[in-house]
Design a protein around this ligand. Sequence first.
Ligand SMILES: NC(=O)c1ccc[n+]([C@@H]2O[C@H](COP(=O)([O-])OP(=O)(O)OC[C@H]3O[C@@H](n4cnc5c(N)ncnc54)[C@H](O)[C@@H]3O)[C@@H](O)[C@H]2O)c1
Length: 257
Amino acid sequence: MLTGKVAIVTGSGSGMGEATAKQLAKQGVAVAIADLNWEKAVKVADSIKAAGGTAYPVKVNVSDSSSVNQMVNAVVKELGGVDILVNNAGIVTQSSVLEQTDEEWRRILSVDLDGVFYCTRAVAKQMKEQERGGKIVNIASVVANRPRRFHGAYTAAKAAVAALTRVWALDLVEYGINVNAVSPGHIRTPLTEGYFTGKVKEAFEEMIPQGTIGEPDWIASVVVFLCTEAASYVTGQVIDVDGGFNMSGEIPALYRL
Ligand SMILES: NC(=O)c1ccc[n+]([C@@H]2O[C@H](COP(=O)([O-])OP(=O)(O)OC[C@H]3O[C@@H](n4cnc5c(N)ncnc54)[C@H](O)[C@@H]3O)[C@@H](O)[C@H]2O)c1
């Protein structure tokens, strides 16, 4: 269903972005591997090409609107347009509100929120001009609904991304552009590698009804579904892909689970 489409996946040099780019490429999509880290972007693009797919590595800093505009222009020139945008690039830090500095607050918001806005604006303009619709999928987070201490800036950005998904779905509906979001739960990637060991891993697993930390491919497959025509009547939705974490609050010991 996706053969011949062109996708931009931001932050696809690693983790869930990489898994998403590889799954899209397997479906016949030409994928722009848009990442701040050029070496990682080239490595992912090379591995897609080695598997017979089409990939174009492109360096971008999503927190800089001129870098984003240049990236989109380069992709259009190289791959002939854009049909799919996955706003996946993101960073995280931990600070109490008592210690959060102006610099750290701006750094997180500039990547995790401004970056999503800059990419969506640039790509939506291109999609409108092409007059063939499009699919935009934002990567939010379970923290948009479930508070996590010391994650203020990250939560502000992700909650805003979830809210903007609904606003932009309405802004763009007349151009046949679907805008949805996926909210990953706890997924093992280079971003979170340090978290999921020992007692902390056990505590996470106890809080996740399905009992396991997620894999990047489990997020990627839902993103890919949202990019297909099978999901054409889905817009403005934020879908939790979290093993049931968002609805959990149970005390397993109470039931001798
Ligand atoms: N891993 C999790 O458990 C989890 C849970 C919820 C949400 N998320 C979100 O999922 C997304 C992907 O996370 P991941 O765990 O795969 O992370 P990751 O660190 O493995 O990958 C993120 C990629 O984004 C790139 N990047 C960072 N800043 C950038 C910038 N300014 N411009 C362009 N690229 C930039 C990095 O180079 C990296 O390749 C992020 O938005 C993250 O907030 C992750």
